[in-house]
Design a binder for this molecule. Structure first.
Ligand code: ADP
Ligand code: TPW
Ligand code: MG
Length: 569
């Protein structure tokens, strides 16, 4: 046979999906295999994509979301149809809520059967269900459209306000074949998927004028600022203006928490007293008391400057006097350029007052941390982790729970940007192991997951995943026998109270079951030793830290959000 009579080389849906992802720099997929995507996971691995296979799609999805936040590339979660898709959907919705770029790719059943509701294997109109829960949703029916579908998904996830995108790939698509050359030409390498959005110069000037006139200015850094990866400029803006700042939880470490201008230790004072507040990638949602009420002092006593890529975020809760719409990198560098050389630092009575309060509160906290109660409590345990993170500032902290979250957020100082991943905008439980896996996979750094015992339960089975990939993850379960605390009783006897777990559970044995290291820690010394070994060895480790079951409070710091019955009973 001569060359001209040879059949042209063919490609198919499987390979086009893989090639399109690779063309766009996607090197990792978080997945749970099954019909119709099992072969896609195998072939992707064979083509050099790192396949991280999970035990449940929600955690694969959470891993994709965290990878998106850390890398500015959309994290990819791959699932089977209907139930697998639904399991991944919580993570997709959570990613969208948190402005993390991710793409949920789910296989789906036969369109013809699904649309006539004739009862296909795992039948579900997935596209319709995903749509209201994410930024954009697409379906590809023909192999020659795979390139476009993936390009649209990437662009939608990354451009403007980042978020979750759903991509529906029906089973039939994967086996469709086409001419390999034509297939190659059909793929799109997305150019500039998150184009810079420059702020208008008059809006920059308006913001600068307002900031200049402030007597008690404050900057609030949110996770948008961490995501934007313009760390040096943000630091320069804060240091050149001399304005005190507050980091939201995932913005901690953008500047070291020990920075002289951090006002974290006197948060309520600065929120109540500031006259001009500049929000940088932080929304005025419930986490900031919607910009009003008691937290924010005298009504209408503030003026807000808000930097955000989403124009409709402005005025969502209170009037924004100086909206600065654009990407944070461009906005911050425009502000820096406009500061000039004679920028006056804020009045000393404001900054000195903050420093004094801060030092007083820090001294109080230091005294509490130094206590060593007979039964380990949140403070004595977190003091150990605080020291460990200080020694390894490049470690990534994952954190969920109620008391375990709230205490860790304020006690464990962060020193580097994007080293803290937590429950985010929803206060969602279940992100723990998914985030930990992603953090370890995409950064290769040690991961310390600080987990309430309830919080851990949502994703606990993924310790097998951590062992299987031999990831440098140390999970510390704050075991206080329950949700919030372990002391509730059922007034009628019989079943235990709804917030209470099996007492003295041996969580460390879960890690041992899969070949990892499991340690029971009853004292700060035992915790410190185990954590130190875990970080040094990089071995998958679970430390079961026994915490005083009476130490927590209902819902941690958000007790007030619990509805109260008018009825006394
Ligand atoms: P936090 O919970 O830390 O307060 P939020 O999630 O409420 O932060 O706010 C993050 C904000 O950052 C969102 O409003 C989002 O639109 C914005 N954002 C995300 N990335 C960028 C970016 N690159 N440039 C500008 N704004 C961004
Ligand atoms: C998906 C409600 C908020 S915090 C929490 C639950 C169940 C667990 C708190 O107990 P934990 O921490 O983790 O032991 P601690 O230190 O206070 O004892 N389902 C989802 N998300 C949320 N937020 C809940 C339930 C909740
Ligand atoms: Mg608990």
């Amino acid at each position: 046979m001569t060359n001209d009579t040879q059949a042209p080389e063919q490609t198919d849906g499987f390979h086009l999906v893989i090639d399109a992802l690779k063309l766009n720099g996607i090197d990792t997929i978080f997945a749970v295999p099954g019909i119709p995507i099992t072969d896609l996971t195998r072939k992707a691995q064979a083509e050099g994509i790192r396949m991280i296979s999970f035990r449940h799609e929600q955690h694969a999805g959470n891993a994709a979301a965290a990878a998106g936040f850390l890398t500015q590339k959309p994290g990819i979660c791959l699932t089977v149809s209907a139930p697998g898709f639904l399991n991944g959907l919580t993570a997709l919705a959570n990613a969208t809520t948190n402005c993390f770029p991710m793409i949920l790719i789910s296989g789906s059943s036969e369109r013809e059967i699904v649309d006539l509701q004739q009862g296909d294997y795992e039948e579900m109109d997935q596209l319709a269900i995903a749509k209201p829960l994410c930024k954009a949703a697409y379906r590809v029916l023909h192999a020659e459209d795979i390139g476009v579908g993936i390009a649209r998904a990437i662009r939608s996830a990354l451009s403007g306000r980042p978020g979750g995108v759903y991509l529906d790939l029906p089973a039939k698509l994967f086996a469709q074949s086409m001419d390999a050359e034509a297939g190659k030409r059909s793929l799109i390498k997305v150019v500039d998927p998150a184009p810079r959005q420059l702020p208008a110069s008059d809006s920059v000037q308006r913001a600068l004028d307002l900031l200049k006139g402030a007597k008690r200015p404050l900057i609030v850094l949110g996770k948008g600022a961490a995501y934007a990866q313009c760390d040096a400029d943000i630091r320069a803006l804060i240091e050149k203006t001399g304005i005190p700042y507050l980091p939201m939880s995932m913005a901690k470490g953008l500047l070291p928490d020990t920075h002289a201008q951090s006002a974290s230790a006197t948060r309520s004072h600065v929120l109540a007293e500031a006259d001009v507040v500049m929000l940088v990638g932080a929304r005025l949602n419930w986490l900031l008391s919607h910009g009003k009420g008691k937290t924010w002092g005298t009504p209408a006593s503030k003026q807000f400057i808000q930097i955000d890529i989403s124009p409709t975020e402005m005025d969502s809760n209170v009037p924004i006097a100086a909206p600065l719409v654009g990407d944070i990198g461009s906005c911050v560098s425009a502000l820096l350029a406009g500061l000039g050389s004679s920028w006056a630092k804020p009045p000393a009575d404001w900054t000195q007052g903050i420093t004094e309060r801060k030092e007083k509160n820090q001294a109080k906290m230091a005294a509490t941390l130094a206590l060593n109660p007979a039964t380990m409590n949140f403070h004595s345990a977190l003091n150990v982790i605080r020291n460990a993170v200080k020694a390894r500032p490049d470690a990534i902290v994952v954190n969920e729970g109620a008391n375990t979250l709230d205490f860790a957020r304020s006690i464990v100082d962060m020193y580097e940007p994007r080293k803290r991943l937590d429950v985010g905008t929803w206060g969602i439980m279940g992100i723990g192991m998914g985030f930990a896996v992603a953090a370890a996979v995409v950064t290769g750094k040690p991961v310390i997951a600080i987990e309430g015992d309830s919080a851990f339960g949502f994703s606990g089975m993924e310790v097998e995943t951590i062992c299987r990939y031999n990831l440098p993850v140390c999970v510390i379960v704050f075991n206080n026998n329950g949700i919030y605390k372990g002391t509730d009783v059922n007034p009628l006897g019989g079943d235990v109270a709804p917030t209470v777990f099996v007492k003295n559970s041996r969580y460390e044995m879960m890690m041992q079951a899969f070949g990892g290291v499991g340690v029971l820690a009853n004292t700060p010394e035992e915790l410190a030793k185990a954590l130190d070994e875990a970080v040094k060895s990089g071995k998958p480790t679970l430390i079961n830290a026994i915490i005083d079951e009476t130490a927590g409070t209902e819902s941690g710091r958000i007790t007030s959000l619990n509805p109260q019955s008018a009825n006394k009973k």
